[in-house]
Design a protein around this ligand. Structure first.
Ligand code: SAM
Length: 357
């Protein structure tokens, strides 16, 4: 069966985190969902601005555009035990206060954010207030995206989300077979979760609506390496996108001899770039806001902009620290970057070179 592959990354800096596979044009489907909510012009502007965050040259001239995507994590809890993930071992078990989360959502809406991604860093359906927050987000943003492992969400919840206007829902599966699912994700629940995924599609079809768009994802690792193609063929044409993601090796997030590595990249004239400070602003369950939704963004203080729970003047602190980080990136000078960004970028470049070998 034929399919199109989009490497959803900065083709200029060639930092490929993921490969998106779709039978039909995903952007057209998203356009079909969002144009009726925001109009054709606004949709075009939204997607162009998002795509432009991957382009250093465009950002150098447009660096003060507000971000258009936020992420929101209500807690740091997860009920799964995915072998490649550190969320289940986080000891803090923090929950953001509903009031703080809502203030952040309102602020984001005021500055023109269009996309709100809920639950990308933990399991949102474990939070007592998850529906309240999703409903509030749907009032404020046209493109609301929910991440879930699919274990707790019910068929009724799926219908409620669809009726309310959820634009996209992402299920992480990482496997085509139930045995592999259990090894990677810790529980024998693949078949139950698959039924829920099919229900999202059949319910939306029964209502003759184009959303929510459905994504299934697959983090590439040794244990599932032989079933990647089976996974693609299993879901192609059944959901709207299949995403193959590179594994982040959480035991090796920092690079030895970083200064030598950077000297080497400078010699090769490789300039640093990351789209996150230009496109994203991420709220974590302890109230911290950072530029990216990776474990670096969650844990590292040198890229934390502010804290919505402990800093009274968090809005202006967020804006000024974001501006400073953007200036560092638009300088395209490795020496100006925060240490965390240096490690993350060097790691990605090394992985990419390794894959190309
Ligand atoms: C941390 S989970 C949280 C959201 C939700 N509970 C879920 O399972 O989708 C978000 C995504 O990160 C992926 N993930 C977890 N650990 C990873 C790692 N070490 N490298 C790359 N992706 C990872 C998961 O497979 C999932 O797609």
């Amino acid at each position: 069966m034929g399919y199109s592959i989009v490497v959803a990354s900065n083709t200029k800096s060639k930092l490929a985190h993921l490969t998106k596979i779709c039978e039909e044009d995903y952007e057209k489907k998203l356009q079909n969902v969002l144009e009726r909510r925001m109009g054709a012009e606004e949709f075009k502007k939204y997607r162009n601005e998002y795509m432009s965050s991957y382009d250093p040259e465009l950002q150098i001239s447009r660096k003060f555009l507000p971000v258009n995507t936020i992420t929101l994590n209500l807690s740091d809890k997860c009920n799964f035990k995915c072998k490649m993930c550190d969320v289940p071992s986080l000891s803090q078990k923090q929950n953001i206060e509903t009031k703080s989360a809502e203030e952040y959502l309102e602020f984001a809406s005021e500055i023109g954010v269009k996309c709100c991604i809920i639950g990308s860093g933990s399991e949102v359906t474990l939070s007592h207030n998850w529906k309240e927050i999703v409903a509030k987000s749907l009032e404020l943003f046209p493109d609301v995206v929910l991440f879930t492992n699919g274990s707790i969400i019910s068929l009724k919840d799926i219908e409620w989300l669809s009726d309310l206007g959820l634009a996209r829902i992402f299920f992480s599966l990482d496997s085509a077979y139930k045995e592999t699912f259990e090894i990677i994700r810790g529980y024998n629940l693949l078949e139950q979760i698959e039924k829920k995924i099919h229900h999202v599609v059949s319910y939306r079809e029964s209502k003759n609506r184009p959303s929510p768009l459905v994504r299934v994802s697959f983090v590439k690792q040794e244990v599932n390496s032989s079933e990647q193609e089976v996974f693609i063929q299993k879901w192609l044409g059944k959901v709207d996108s299949i995403e193959l993601q590179d594994l982040i090796d959480l035991d090796n997030m920092f690079v030895d001899n970083i200064d030598n590595e950077i000297d080497y990249l400078k010699e090769k004239n490789v300039k640093p770039w990351c789209h996150y400070p230009f496109a994203y602003s991420c709220l974590w369950s302890n109230g911290a806001v950072s530029p990216c939704c990776t474990p670096y963004g969650r844990d590292m203080l040198d890229i934390t902009y502010t804290n919505v729970q402990s800093i009274r003047d968090w809005k202006s602190q967020l804006e000024s620290n974001q501006k400073i980080l953007r200036q560092k990136f638009t300088s395209q000078d490795w020496d100006q970057l925060p240490s965390t960004c240096k490690h993350c970028l060097v790691k990605q470049i090394k992985n990419r070179l390794h894959q190309e070998d």
